[in-house]
Design a protein around this ligand. Structure first.
Ligand code: GDG
Length: 471
């Protein structure tokens, strides 16, 4: 049996408090590793003036972690710079925010090369290698240049934009050529797959073979949608437990008979947080009878605070919050509660369950796991309603949510009204259909489907399809 080697920008060593890293990738991979043993290689999150070219090894449970430090220039150019100031905004259709710098791009390529140099020494001939996300697009090309012939897979967690959008980024052709060095490229939706295939064909001249395979310089790459899921059972178990945490009991006490609307997102401009607050404001203005009867809680853990656009978003969110609470609040009722710290998963699950409405309105999102977690946490006998942006990958699957355009505040406000007034039969019917989808396509399905495709293994049972580590 081949061994599984996962490579991602950050390596998330399990944190027993449950707070840890709030990123969706960390959550999904941690859950995937429950079933798959192996090696997880990536950045430790630490900066050092003279990082060792060899990773530091940590063994926990069934996973060996290989951790690389970066210099502060690496972090600035590779992570804050090219990955998060050029690629991230471009791939979320925010061209006005995309800042390209040649130095940052060189830093991005340099870190990918140094990761490949360290990783190549650890790879065994039959290892399956699964690389994650936009920080590491050139890794396959670097590994191939070092003679690696293993099966190489890449999963892209964020949207792949239309070729006309991606093509505005300097270096985009080189990135498309290097992504074609992977054997399998997974994206969140069929739309993303179509965008990426078109770009590789139009920009670097690959030829199609069948519906999802492209051939470039004699190498075949399959590009396909694998919508990421959540650990549904695990999340339901957490949600069923009694709400013991102070935050949950206080929220319940302060709500009284009011309805709760919840939003949970990293503080990121792709998530549409100030826009969502303004939609809620529009709802209160259009429905004055609802003032004092509903509270919107937005949990938004701070993220990427060294990147200037995130600092600016933080100011905008606070200003929008202050303005709305100042103009619409009343003694004894604050319309929007806004917190920027991270909470344990069990607290999130309890809050999702209490909330009548899950408000998930990103401007663009690869998938959005919060939408799925909100559905999983609901009481089957009295489920809440999901309001979901049409620009989240999740909207391709959760078609029984109230689907909205987050740019249209009137439309979102109307969906909030509809959600709060929806009768029990309709809430149950919509929830049951969404629940079936998230159960059928949970995180184990996602990892199994990707790895089965990558390894070319064609067994039928779930257990046989699993890839196990040799030691
Ligand atoms: C990227 C893509 C794609 C949030 N706050 C806390 C907390 N979280 C958890 C949520 C959820 C995860 O973080 C966020 O996942 P998302 O999918 O919503 O978003 P990104 O972080 O942007 O993830 C995204 C994902 O990768 C997976 O492929 O879906 O499109 O952008 O699980 O619950 N967790 C805890 N405390 C918090 O305060 N413990």
């Amino acid at each position: 049996m081949p061994r599984l080697v996962v490579v991602s920008n950050r390596v998330a060593i399990p944190d027993p408090t449950g707070k840890g890293s709030a990123g969706g990738l960390a959550v999904a991979l941690r859950e995937a590793f429950q079933a798959y043993q192996g090696l997880w290689f990536g950045w430790s999150g630490r900066v050092s003036s003279h990082p060792s070219p060899e990773p530091k090894m940590v063994d926990k449970g069934n996973v060996h972690y290989a951790l690389m430090d970066l210099t502060s220039i690496d972090r600035q150019e590779y992570y804050n710079g090219f990955a998060n100031r050029a690629l991230w905004p471009n791939m979320h259709y925010r061209l006005g925010l995309s800042e390209f710098s040649r130095a940052d791009y060189a830093g991005y390529l340099r870190v990918n090369r140094s990761f490949a140099n360290a990783l190549v020494r650890m790879i065994r001939p039959d290892d399956l290698i699964w690389v994650h996300d936009y920080h590491l697009i050139p890794l396959a090309a670097e590994l191939r240049a070092l003679g690696v012939t293993n099966r190489l897979g890449y999963f892209h967690h964020i949207p792949w934009p239309a070729p006309e959008v991606f093509g505005t980024l300097p270096g985009s052709r080189e990135l498309l050529r290097s992504i074609a060095d992977y054997d399998l490229v997974g994206v969140q939706t069929d739309l993303d797959a179509d965008n990426l295939r078109r770009a590789i064909m139009q920009e670097v001249g690959a030829t199609p073979q069948g519906s999802d395979v492209l051939v470039l310089n004699g190498h075949r790459t399959r590009v396909k949608g694998f919508p990421i899921g959540i650990d549904v059972k695990g999340f339901q178990q957490v949600a069923r437990r009694a709400p013991a945490h102070r935050v949950v009991t206080q929220t319940l006490a302060s709500l009284g008979s009011r309805s709760l609307i919840i939003g949970v997102d990293r503080l990121d401009y792709s998530k549409g947080i100030p826009e969502r607050m303004e939609s809620f404001e529009r709802f209160l203005v259009s429905n004055p009878d609802q003032r004092g009867r509903v509270t919107f809680l937005q949990i938004a853990p701070t993220s990427r605070s060294e990147v200037p656009e995130y600092a600016s978003l933080s100011r905008t969110a606070s200003e929008t919050l202050g303005r709305i609470n100042g103009t619409l609040g009343e003694p004894g009722w604050v319309p929007i509660h806004y917190v920027t710290s991270a909470y344990p998963r069990s607290v999130l699950a309890s809050l999702y369950k209490i909330a009548r409405v899950g408000l998930v309105t990103p401007m663009r999102d690869g998938m959005n796991l919060v939408a799925k977690e909100y559905v999983a946490a609901q009481d089957p006998n009295d489920p809440g309603v999901l309001v979901l942006s049409k620009f989240a990958g999740a909207a391709h699957q959760l078609t029984d949510a109230l689907i909205v355009n987050p740019n249209d505040k009137f439309e979102v406000a109307e969906a909030i009204r509809e959600a709060l007034h929806m009768d029990l039969d309709e809430r149950k019917a919509r929830w049951q259909r969404m629940m079936k989808t998230i159960q059928d396509y949970d995180v184990s399905w996602w990892a199994d489907a990707f790895l089965k495709d990558l390894s070319g293994y064609t067994g039928t049972s779930k257990a046989r399809n699993r890839v196990r580590i040799g030691g």
